[in-house]
Ligand binder design. Sequence first.
Ligand code: GLY
Length: 602
Amino acid sequence: MSIRLVPYYCLLGFALAVASCKTQSPTTTTADTKVKQSQGVYQYRDEDPTIKPFFSDRVGVTGRNGMVASAHPEASQVGLAILKAGGNAVDAAVAVQFALAVVYPGAGNIGGGGFMVYRDNAGKAYSLDYREKAPGRATQNMYLDSLGNVRPGLSISGHLASGVPGSVDGMVEAHKRFGKLTWAQVLQPAIDLASKGFPLTERDALGLSRIKTDLNTINPGKVYFLKSAVPTDTVSWHKGDLLIQTDLAKTLQRIQAQGRAGFYEGETARLLAEEMVRGKGLITEEDLKNYHSIWRDPILAAYKNYNVITMPPTSSGGIALVQMMRFTEPYPLRKWGWNRDSTVQVMIEAERRVYADRAKFLGDPDFVKVPATQLMSPEYLRTRWTDFSWAKATDSRAVRGGTIPGYESLETTHFSVVDKEGNAVSITTTLNGGYGSRVVIGGAGFFMNNEMDDFSIKPGSPNMYGLIGNQANAIAPHKRMLSSMTPTILEKDGKLFMVVGTPGGSTIMTSVYQTILNVIEHGMTMQQSVNALKFHHQWLPDKTIFENGAFSSTTIETLKSRGYILEQLSNTLGRMDCVLVRPDGSYEGASDPRADNTARGY
Ligand code: GLY
């Protein structure tokens, strides 16, 4: 599939259509007077004290030679060390992926999969799909009972929930094509962290303590990730405890010595297949041997003087991001102001339509025809916007995917890397839910994914993120399940500008969308944009969730008066890890203050 860049002037038709449905909201006051921008730093001005735009006042990290932003300080440190040792962005990214598999077992992985978007310093863009695949023995109705009802939990926890992992093959492919250091060099930091151990952060300790019961139930007789091997023992992990993972270190050594074969064949493959037999899972040694990641043409889409380089299907993220950006492009968001009622209203309406399309059209492009180009075209977007009204929220029940001639776990993870030559990597990788299926491969010491839940296990039945799917994303042997992951790189005036991404299940695309707009429309720094409070709508359920403080009471009242259902979250949205190239050429590394995310640069 080739997804071509659509020049900005092609959007004129959509802009005219928007103009005809009034670009001025009836209530938003012009926000220009309330926003001051000095030296590129955004300052929010509003009389309403109920709004606090930022989760924290963390400032970005500056570097001139390289930057790594990831979910864990140890992994960012590994990436930085690789860059300093002369590695390029791909070397550092591969090292970070393996390091996260050790220090961030909730989402970092070798038992899962992911997507990489890469832009080299000459401006050539690539994307690598190392998403998991359904095992060869998978069937469309494998999670349904004889009456056609979903058998609860089977696609989420235990051995049957796992797809064939893609992460190791993805890293082998990326390194083979673009790496500069040796394979042994980029694997070594992860091996050291696993064999010598690393001190847990408070968040690491809480996460592992929280899943103790599942670990005992799903992995009887195993001691992986337990502080005490006695199942009835209530001993919990604490900050500073050393986590040593001897079997994982041996698995990583096999991968270091044998490359792809160290995981997909021989000892590791045998251990994985035996584990599946023990737990009545489906993955076989044959499935592992046959797994291959795929280089795909990235989506390249113009937005004003920016180019968006993002992930095509099997992720829905790239198409959704471009659709959302194009729906709202003609509106004066900057003039209206950040999270003012008009700004939020058009963004919610864009999100509603995009998620309806996702459910209808998107799936593995190797199995279904995904009309990617049409979905992002101005003509199509114009037809999708004709029922937009300022007066009233569109009713999601009346919104279906368009016509063409198809609560949240945060435990995916994203990291962004830029090297001194300006090569940039954007990777989002996952086990799906936190600690995946919670199955640990006996003798090999790593968690398996529960990615099968990202298939539409029954048409119209929501998955763990509340996402609805259809035939396009039905289970079939060797098929990849649809994803929301949105690793993205932006160019400005043809030069590298931003590397962006986040975990967050179904909320990934809307968090990436807001983080980009915060910088390019509202003038925030990269870190301010990451700190900024976020909101999310996904068509169904028909409600907008928002972080506490994201909306002023005026915005809330106005939106409610137009029929929007708003729900304030007690938790947070997004765990962004991003890099921005400033006008002077320096890098701003921005990591999310909502968790342990850390940027390291030099
Ligand atoms: N497992 C979350 C996603 O791929 O979107």
